[in-house]
Design a protein around this ligand. Structure first.
Ligand code: FMN
Length: 202
């Protein structure tokens, strides 16, 4: 069977969600998937970005990451979406990309794929779950197959978020448990997509 094609689409202003996205890419590659790691286009004005050095630095650090296009989702059997929490919701940058996908959705090109999501927030109760659930609304509209990590692996009892890998930025950069959870989530997505792919006519 052909390997699973997985696209990881993320937005990150200061690098946290990018770190989770890279860990997810590692997990997916280890599980045998072809992986496209893609950032969404930045939409914030230069004054806002340049007012925060970590934000400007992160843009420079990730200049070599390709910007996602609709083709990256058309190609994919599965997609993982990553966004920072913004007032308990999805970042506008990721949402702006999602809102370009009407034509693909209309032609049925987003349905029957496996979807899952991850996030970061500043505080433990800052809206990680509401952000992940908000992103899932989109997956429902697409006719996606939502595959959350749940408590399906021992790492989930340590990381503690069944909705999707998440990190509290106020406690420092993502540590080993969170990165393992991101790798595990990606593996679960790839394994599920592989089973579906094997059961479908070519
Ligand atoms: C406009 C804005 C809104 C935010 N809203 C929240 C929030 O509701 N809850 C929270 O805990 N953190 C909030 N944060 C903090 C971000 O979630 C945090 O900086 C982000 O997860 C870091 O991820 P990144 O390094 O990938 O950009 C907000 C940050 C900004 C700039």
């Amino acid at each position: 069977m052909e390997p699973v094609n997985l696209t990881i689409v993320y937005y990150s202003a200061t690098g946290t969600v990018h770190t989770l996205a890279k860990a997810a890419a590692e997990g997916a590659e280890k599980a045998g998937a072809n992986v496209r790691l893609r950032k969404v286009a930045e939409t914030a004005p230069a004054e806002a970005i340049n007012a925060k050095e970590e934000w400007a630095q992160h843009i420079r650090d990730t200049a070599d990451v390709d910007v996602v296009s609709g083709d990256d989702l058309d190609w994919a059997d599965a997609a993982l979406f990553g966004t920072p929490t913004r007032f308990g919701n999805v970042s506008s940058q990721l949402k702006a990309f999602i809102d370009t996908l009407g034509p693909l959705w209309f032609h049925g090109k987003l349905s029957n794929k496996v979807y899952s999501a991850f996030t970061a927030s500043n505080t433990p109760h800052g809206g990680q779950e509401s952000t992940l659930l908000a992103l899932s609304n989109t997956f429902y509209h697409w006719g996606g197959i939502i595959v959350p990590p749940g408590y399906t692996d021992p790492i989930q009892f340590q990381s503690g978020n069944p909705y999707g890998t998440s990190h509290v930025v106020g406690s420092g950069p993502p540590g080993d448990v969170t990165l393992q959870a991101a790798r595990y989530q990606a593996r679960r997505v790839v394994d599920t997509a592989a089973a579906l792919k094997a059961g479908r006519p070519a």
